[in-house]
Design a protein around this ligand. Structure first.
Ligand code: ADP
Length: 672
């Protein structure tokens, strides 16, 4: 086994590979771009080397630079992850020439599967079923039109170099054919520098079912069963599951055998996926599945296979790349239970799934255990940038059967607390909750068919959630004052005991929120052991405190709730199980005051009356100089300057009644 490997990737897959390497005692080297200097994959690695600016062409795609790093750090092998250099035959060759093991198939196998037409021809030869169609040399438009006619409409035109759904056109009748052909050619040329196309029968109710294969350099090849990736949006996978629902054993065996035959036909080594399309207009049938393409790398959705087989596919990759034999024979592999994976993206379903960027102000995934797994490359406080794929995490849930796993999936999605960027979290929850999904009414058209059920309208805050936001503001203020009090000379002074003051204080505060375009005032009364919060005519008796992760543990009218409240400037988000609502805070005197206090604002720590003003605007003061005297609870209290500086403003005069949090005096400190 290798002592040290380099991971030529970023994000969740780089972290995923490192996790296994760590378990195996293999040291890891991360490479990173300038935008990723504090990324999770950099933190996880034993060594990390910056390879260039944020743009992938200048960093993660810099094959030569990455090989240099491997050489300098003594890494014996390179794991390419998925994407980037993972299916780049030239890179695989360069590794070999540099004496570094490429953890992936031989360059020849990558090339063999790189072009759809050549791959199809090879599969026909190996006896693997392919979609009826035309995948020959000639590209004469009239001949292509005649072939389309022969196949029978609808047909699908595909760029031979295609990927990611690019260069694909559905054609429903002969008169649309030539213009669709021209546009597929244009897209193929601009995306892949190759305008050649092939034509296939377009299946109207297809399921995408793929087989995980593995081969070693000793001539062994096995499959690790199937994954169903039919839940797609614009040909991009959204939810994957394993095994495929309702898969007849005979079909599983036929597909597994075909996949192993395909891998053997190209002398494959390592992890690969054979993607098939199954025509389910008549249910799953063992003679109605067709080879689509082979991905010569580890797939994004490999965890569902790991969950049902109990195997670690990255470990398999390392074993095979180090020259070992496959860890299991076909007979030793079996399926246990059912697993789902959802891809959590920073994107806005309400805005046509536009990728979103921004800071992950709150990112608290559900707790991981034997059934719930979260693969991620980001942490709370990290940013989703425009430079890379906006995937935040993969959530994988396993259970004994599909129904239980689906229930677990819904619960795990609901437990996710996430704020700061738009995400598809609610969209995923809608799919996982949809009756047709539970009933296994699956095909690649599912999301389009049920679109109106799946993109939920943004939830509007209810009274309880607004009360929780108010509670957060109150608790946060207490926390800030307590922190400040700890810094003052007399921490035991009643000035600093916010709760003590509340005990006898009949004062009140108001907030003004704006939710769903409506202004909503919220009134707070302090009572002996908590607050009374009134929102829209509804009154809540509220007690609460911060728990772990700054979560609020509260009781609202005898009902326990836990919530996470995120405040970003005036934007507030309240997260509870299965709910995320946002609104804004329009007015909040004391919150601003508390934040200001570090910058020289002297704030009333409780309601009272100004009985003496001891300074004047323009006066120079030293730290500790008395500035103003308040009378509260029949006692006099002198407020002093927190730092040396110049008094710039005095906001109150003798006789004024002030509320806690009001700014009384402002002192501009000498050092600005
Ligand atoms: P790409 O390489 O661009 O991702 P694929 O050939 O893998 O293209 O196909 C992507 C998706 O397009 C498939 O998962 C499936 O949903 C759909 N698709 C592909 N071929 C057909 C077909 N013949 N009929 C219907 N849908 C198809």
């Amino acid at each position: 086994m290798f002592d040290k490997i380099l991971i030529a990737n970023r994000g969740e897959i780089a972290c995923r590979v490192m996790e296994t390497a760590k378990k195996m005692g293999v040291k890891t080297v991360a490479v990173y771009s300038e935008a990723d200097s504090s990324a999770r994959h950099v933190e996880m690695a034993d060594e990390a080397v910056c390879i260039g600016p944020a743009e992938v062409s200048q960093s993660y795609l810099q094959a030569d630079k990455i090989l240099e790093v491997a050489n300098e750090t003594g890494a014996q092998a390179i794991h390419p992850g998925y994407g980037f250099l993972s299916e780049n035959a030239d890179f695989a060759e360069k590794c070999e020439a540099a004496g570094v093991v490429f953890i992936g198939p031989p360059a020849s196998a990558i090339r063999a599967m790189g072009l759809k037409d050549a791959a199809k021809a090879m599969m026909v030869e190996a006896g693997v079923p392919v979609v009826p169609g035309y995948h020959e040399e000639s590209q004469d438009p009239d001949l292509l039109a005649a072939e389309a006619e022969k196949i029978g409409f609808p047909v699908l035109i595909k760029a031979v170099a295609g990927g990611g759904g690019k260069g694909m056109r559905q054609v429903h009748s002969a008169d649309e054919f030539l213009s669709a052909l021209a546009s597929a050619i244009r897209e193929g040329e601009s995306a892949f520098g190759d305008g050649r196309v092939l034509i296939e029968k377009y299946l109207t109710k297809p399921r995408h079912i793929e087989i995980q294969v593995f081969a070693d350099s000793h001539g062994n090849a096995v499959h690790l069963f199937e994954r169903d990736c039919s839940l797609q949006r614009r040909h991009q996978k959204v939810i994957e599951e394993a095994p495929a629902p309702d898969m007849p054993p005979a079909m599983r065996a036929a597909m597994g055998n075909a996949a192993v035959a395909a891998a053997k036909a190209i002398n494959y080594v390592g992890a690969g996926t054979i993607e098939f399309i199954a025509d389910v207009s008549d249910g799953l049938k063992e003679d109605a599945f067709y080879f689509m393409e082979m991905n010569t790398r580890l797939q994004v959705e490999h965890p569902v296979t790991e969950m049902i087989t109990g195997q670690d596919l990255v470990r398999w990759q390392l074993e095979v790349a180090a020259g070992g034999v496959l860890p299991c024979t076909q007979e030793e592999l079996s399926i246990s239970g059912h697993a789902f994976e959802v891809r959590l993206y920073a994107e806005d379903p309400a805005n046509d799934f536009l990728p979103a960027t921004g800071k992950l102000l709150c990112l608290q995934p559900p707790e991981a255990n034997d059934k719930v797994r979260v693969d991620t490359g980001v942490r709370e406080g990290d940013s989703v940038t425009p430079f890379y794929d906006p995937m935040i995490a993969k959530l994988i849930v396993w259970d004994e059967d599909r129904d239980s796993a689906l229930r677990g999936l819904r619960a795990a999605i609901a437990d996710y607390r996430l704020a700061g960027v738009a995400t598809n979290l609610e969209f995923l929850h809608q799919i996982a909750s949809h009756a047709a999904f539970a009933e296994k009414d699956l095909d690649t058209g599912f999301i389009d068919r049920f679109k109106s059920d799946l993109v939920p309208e943004a939830a509007v805050a209810d009274n309880r959630e607004l009360a929780l936001a108010a509670l957060y503001l109150l608790l946060d203020r207490e926390r800030k004052f307590a922190a400040e009090a700890a810094l003052t000379a007399d921490p035991l002074s009643p000035w600093n005991d916010m709760r003590g003051w509340r005990l006898n204080d009949a004062g009140h505060d108001d907030f003004l929120f704006k939710s769903n375009d409506q202004e909503v005032p919220v009134e707070i009364l302090f009572n002996s052991d908590g607050y009374q919060i009134a929102v829209n005519g509804e009154t809540f008796e509220v007690k609460g405190e911060f728990g772990a992760n700054s979560e609020i543990i509260a009781t609202l009218n005898h009902r326990q709730v836990s919530a996470t409240v995120v405040k970003d400037a005036s934007e507030m988000t309240v997260l509870t199980t299965g709910r995320r609502v946002s609104f804004s805070l329009l007015s909040d005197d004391f919150e601003g005051a508390a934040e200001d206090s570090g910058s020289g604002a002297i704030v009333a720590p409780m309601p009272g009356k100004v009985i003496q003003v001891l300074t004047e605007a323009g006066a120079d003061v030293e730290r500790g100089d008395p500035l103003i005297v308040l009378e509260a609870m029949k006692m006099e209290h002198t407020l002093t300057a927190m730092a040396a500086g110049t008094v710039t403003d005095i906001y109150h005069e003798v006789g004024d009644q002030v509320e806690d949090g009001n700014i009384l005096v402002r002192v501009e400190s000498e050092d600005g």
